[in-house]
Design a protein around this ligand. Structure first.
Ligand code: MN
Length: 739
């Protein structure tokens, strides 16, 4: 629609929109609040006066609309409304953050500053930079959650008015919205905003799909209305007899959710059976509302048979977003299963608006304490995180969307964890150290491994052991961001210690070869072994994956006549390898393993997608050509996976230096007091070795022990055996292959 207002009409329209802003806000304003809002409006109006939006409208429409979302939909305070009005002023005009602080004080200035920083971040194209930006954006969450809430409002209005944008921008902005803003809105309990962001996101990324579903929905509207009417008529009398004041309405699944379900379950629109739910919203008091919910439950199930496995009581145990409601699925009219959501009008308002309604019904501290817990968790994982930004945002997002389970501690306290959480996630949620030393768990009294997946209602007791410490394998099954970060950090610490040892070993070994370790020599070695950082080198020395022969080879290459050539090569290479000084052990994918057992098998790389080490891949068992490895996003992947699921083999690239394998060593000797301690002492001093099992028997002074350890390679195992042999009384140490 073309924009056609003349100046006079335009000024009237601006005044009208401004007035609207104050009308429907959640909070009540004092005279002083109104003055501040007016001042912010005047400054924004003046600052943006020469700017127009792409639609031709005056720019001020945008900050007013954002402030309105902030006031109506999110229900934030005056400070936020003022900041929303000013949110683009520093970014787009001559005003500085200092000006804002002088005019509106520290709080408003801090929020506007946060918003300005975020809008700078969003201009990058590269995925990893973009992810890093999201991480920075999430960091502001903890400074002041209002920054993100206003940012979400800003994004919502931009999505609502995006039709005038060029198509490539529409797609980019929409993808970003679906990627991070909608999940955030979801986690913050802004249900309405989340749904609108998702629907708009779909509209621009997959317009054909969007309009197709929209069309089908409008076709079935009448049918739905009649169904709900039939349903209502049946229970009306009983509800009225109990003097309930209530409203029965249909709640349709959003276009985006329908799309998601069609994709995830591979069904058509018509095959989705729960396209809408019936919602019964009743008036009640805080004291009576839970009792009333069950009374209505009883009435509904008097008339319709309930499905016992589909009862969800979010009233006794609200979701961590604050959502409360009682859900049942019953056999409704026409023999169709239909979900019925029973909730008081207070619960309904919280479910739709989240944050805003909390302010209305609870005192501020109570409303914020739940959010604070969550924010603290985020802050922790953000501050401790050194994973790459893309991984981090992925992990983070998983936690945003995941469904929750509730498990009990031994004392009967309740803990919320994301779905698929394991005993180890639970251990880390109790305390970092409990996680680090987690050895197993008792789940409902039964002993389970740390990778055991928990279910709602489980009672979990963690078993720890001092010797236990994290290994790479743990990352395979933990799902919480908290556990992941802690494990990754511990592994890194471990690597550093091993690298320190490795450096000493290297100095000693080079001495034998008459080479003194200097920065130059380190650089030469890094290049020689095709590594990236000096820490890589020391680490690989420490775990023994570089042996004496290889060092000799290096030494002779260094001394022969190619020296000058070699030096030149180093110069050139190091120029391209600025990573060399970086303080990390880099990933060096060198083997491909298959299946759950991570076996090494023969394979061929498929020609259609040519995966390289590090790519996400899977194996496909061909009839004549053995295993072929494809990238997960290979164009052929979907049809292979859909048609030949049984021939798909899990596959992944690993860094063999970081991989561990289990070995059993058998020790025999003459028993004496303290022998076991000496043995375990030696093992735990070897930093990269883990003990898994210890089985010792002593008979008439003859000692026999079997120890299961995990090591990274053979030379590590040999080193360990050698040190155990040195213990007084030990006669024989050998590796065995069976218990
Ligand atoms: Mn804006």
């Amino acid at each position: 629609m073309a924009y056609t207002l003349n100046t006079e009409e335009e000024n009237k329209e601006i005044a009208k929109r401004y007035k609207d802003l104050l009308k429907g806000a959640y909070q009540t304003f004092t005279e002083n609040d109104k003055k501040e809002i007016r001042k912010a409006f005047d400054i924004a109006l003046e600052a943006h006066k020469t700017q127009r939006r792409r639609t031709g409208e005056p720019y001020i429409f945008h900050p007013i609309a954002v402030a309105k979302i902030v006031a109506y939909e999110i229900g934030l305070d005056t400070t936020s409304i003022v900041a929303a009005l000013l949110h683009d002023v520093v970014e787009d005009t001559d005003y500085t953050v200092e000006d804002i602080e002088r005019l509106f004080g520290e709080n408003v200035a801090r929020i506007v500053n946060g918003l300005t920083k975020i809008s700078h971040l969003n201009k990058e194209q590269d995925a990893s930079i973009q992810a890093e930006n999201f991480r920075k954006m999430l960091l502001t969450l903890h400074d002041d959650v209002r920054v993100i809430l206003i940012k979400i409002a800003d994004r919502l209005h931009n999505m609502q008015t995006m039709s005038a944008m060029p198509q490539d921008k529409q797609i980019k902005i929409s993808s970003e919205t679906l990627y991070i803003y909608a999940p955030l809105a979801h986690r913050l309990g802004l249900y309405n905003i989340k749904t609108e962001l998702e629907n708009l996101g779909l509209k621009y990324t997959e317009p054909a799909v969007y309009y197709n579903i929209l069309d089908k929905i409008s076709q079935s509207k009448e049918e739905q209305r009649i169904y709900i009417e039939n349903f209502s008529n049946i229970i009306k009398e009983s509800l009225d007899a109990e003097n309930f004041k209530y409203l029965i309405k249909g709640r349709r699944k959003s276009i985006y959710s329908i799309r998601k379900k069609m994709l995830s379950q591979g069904v058509t629109y018509d095959e989705i059976y729960d396209k809408f739910a019936i919602r019964i919203i009743y008036d009640s008091t805080l004291k009576e509302e839970k009792f009333d919910a069950w009374k209505i439950y009883s009435i509904v199930t008097d008339h319709f048979r309930p499905n016992p496995s589909r009862l969800r009581d979010w009233i006794s145990q609200p979701k961590s977003t604050g959502y409360e409601s009682l859900h049942i699925t019953v056999m409704g009219p026409q023999g169709k299963w239909v979900e019925v959501q029973i909730r008081s009008s207070r619960m309904d308002e919280i479910a739709e608006k989240g944050y805003a309604a909390h302010y209305k019904y609870k005192n501020k501290e109570e409303a914020e304490s739940g959010l604070d817990d969550w924010l603290n968790k985020i802050k922790e994982s953000l501050e401790n995180s050194d994973s790459n930004a893309i991984d981090f945002v992925e992990d983070f997002k998983l936690n945003l969307y995941s469904k929750e389970i509730f498990v009990f501690t031994p004392n009967g306290d309740l803990k919320a964890l994301p779905k698929n959480a394991t005993a180890l996630d639970f251990a880390f949620s109790i305390h970092t150290q409990v996680g680090m030393n987690c050895r197993g768990a008792k789940v409902n009294g039964k002993l389970k491994p740390i990778s055991h997946e928990l279910k709602s209602g489980d009672q979990v007791q963690i078993i720890t052991a001092k010797n236990q410490k994290p290994n790479v394998g743990w990352l395979e099954f933990v799902v919480t961001a908290r556990a992941r970060t802690r494990i990754k950090n511990a592994l890194k610490e471990d690597q550093k210690k091993i690298a320190e040892e490795g450096k000493e070993i290297l100095i000693r070994k080079l001495k034998h070869l008459k080479i003194t370790l200097s920065e130059k020599v380190v650089n030469e070695l890094v290049v020689f072994f095709k590594l990236k950082t000096s820490l890589d080198l020391f680490y690989r020395m420490g775990i023994g994956s570089i042996d004496n022969n290889q060092l000799k080879e290096f030494s002779s290459q260094r001394n022969n006549s190619f020296v000058s050539f070699f030096k030149n090569r180093i110069k050139r290479t190091t120029k391209n390898a600025p990573l060399i000084d970086k303080d990390e052990v880099t990933e060096n994918y060198d083997s491909l393993v298959f299946g759950k057992e991570e076996e090494r098998l023969d394979y061929k790389i498929s020609q259609c997608c040519n995966p390289i080490p590090g790519d996400k891949v899977f194996g496909f068992i061909t009839i004549n050509d053995g295993i072929k490895v494809h990238k997960k996003d290979c164009p052929n992947a979907i049809s292979l996976q859909a048609n030949y699921a049984y021939r798909i083999l899990k596959a992944k690239w690993i860094d063999s230096t970081k991989q561990e394998f289990k070995a059993i060593i058998k020790i025999q000797g003459e028993d004496h007091v303290g022998m076991v301690n000496e043995i375990t002492g030696i093992i735990s001093k070897n930093m990269s070795v883990n003990i898994h099992g210890l089985n010792i028997s002593s008979n008439d002074g003859v000692f026999e022990g079997k120890i299961t350890v995990s090591v990274k390679n053979k030379s590590q195992l040999e080193k360990l055996s050698d040190s155990i042999k040195k213990i007084k009384g030990v006669n024989n140490v050998e590796r065995i292959y069976k218990h």
